[in-house]
Each structure stands twice: as C-alpha cells, then as structure tokens.
Write a protein that binds this ligand. Structure first.
Ligand SMILES: [Zn+2]
Length: 214
C-alpha cells in the first residue's frame, strides 16, 4: 500500500502496549520493539484522536508460566476459554516493566485503556479478553466518540495488534494496520499467519509515512 491516506477528525490511532517489558531489556521483549517509539510519536502527531493501551496484569496472572507448576514460558495450557500460550511474568501492575517506554511522547492521547486485569483471563485484543466475550469497553468508546476508522500500531504485531485488528473487523470497524509502526514476536510462524489473516479479512496495511493530517 503506497497511496497516501488523509487523516481526519473521525480517525483514531490505537497505540498498542508500547511498554518497557515489551522492549529490549524487558521481561517479554519484542525484538527491536523500541524501534516503533519514534515512528509512533511522529505518527500520533498526525491524529487528533489517540488511544494508548497498556497490558496491566495482577501478580500471579494465569497467563504467566510461573502460575502453572512444571510449565515454562511459551508452553501452552488449556484454559476454560481455550488454548493459552504461557508467558514470562510481564507488565505487572505499577511495576517499571508495565510503564510506557520513557520516550513515548503522546501527551494528547485521550484514553489509556488497561487490559489483562482479570487474573483468570488473558487479553491480547484491545476489544475483548481472550474468552472472546468480555469487552474492554473500547467499542463503546469509539462509537460514542464517533470514531469510525482506526489505525493500529505497536506491540506485538502477531498477538495484541493482530487480535485487535481481527476484533475490529468483527465489529465492522474500518481498520488499518500501520505495518512499519509494529514489531512482532514470531512464535511458531505467527507473523506469517498474521499477514495472511489480515489479507483474508480485508484488513488494510499502510506505511506510517503515507498517513498525514489533511
Ligand atoms: Zn500480557
């Protein structure tokens, strides 16, 4: 996608989980995750409407391998809502790892949406927890604010960005992924699966440099 896209007042940028634990040196580092920070900062300046999401787990969260004796990170377990990948402890509420990257500068963001706060359910998507039925409230926020087209950037492309994009399509939202403003983890081919899913669902991709305020 190379054609420029004009950003207007009913567009929203969702900046997914640009937190210390997902950047190099963090507990669940996305390779080169910190590279998105300057890109996202520049991009956000083009949007009047910006939402930041923040992974925000209680201690002992059931997505942590440490909560399951004998399991290690990247094993999977069966939760009541289905299969769940186990992660290193990360983004524990009010710890430095859960804080936004210190160079993330988006003072005009109108909403910080925290997810993963229910100990028993993980939450990749910014719209629904991993049981696929418990809403975060973001759909209501977007609808009430009249924000009809969303652009996704952040971490990790193949988990939280992917699930958010797919849920947005389920909600009949117009969703774009700003591909160079994301980085992925790539567990068992999850990056390729994400791009294939976006193509199959009609989720558009755009480069950050092609987005500009009208
Ligand atoms: Zn998490």
């Amino acid at each position: 996608m190379t054609a420029p896209v004009a950003i207007g007042d009913t567009d929203v940028l969702i900046v997914v989980d640009v937190q210390n634990d997902f950047c190099p040196g963090g507990a669940l580092a996305v390779p080169r995750g910190d590279e998105v920070v300057p890109i996202v900062n520049r991009l956000a300046a083009e949007f009047r409407n910006v939402v930041l999401t923040q992974d925000w787990h209680p201690r002992g969260h059931l997505s942590f391998a440490s909560s399951h004796p004998g399991k290690k990170p990247y094993d999977t377990v069966t939760m009541p809502y289905g299969s769940q990948v186990l992660w290193p402890d990360h983004c524990v509420q009010s710890t430095p790892g859960a804080a936004f990257h210190p160079n993330l500068q988006i003072p005009h963001a109108g909403l910080v949406l925290r997810k993963g706060i229910n100990r028993a359910i993980d939450s990749y998507s910014t719209f629904y927890e991993n049981d696929r039925t418990t809403p975060t409230g973001l759909v209501g926020y977007l609808r009430e604010r009249g924000l009809t087209r969303m652009f996704l950037a952040g971490l990790a492309l193949d988990f939280c960005v992917r699930y958010s994009a797919e849920d947005a399509r389920r909600e009949n939202l117009n969703v774009w992924v700003v591909d160079d403003a994301c980085r992925g983890i790539d567990v068992d081919g999850s990056m390729a699966a994400s791009w294939a899913s976006f193509a199959a669902l009609g989720i558009a991709r755009v480069a950050a440099q092609n987005l500009a305020r009208t």
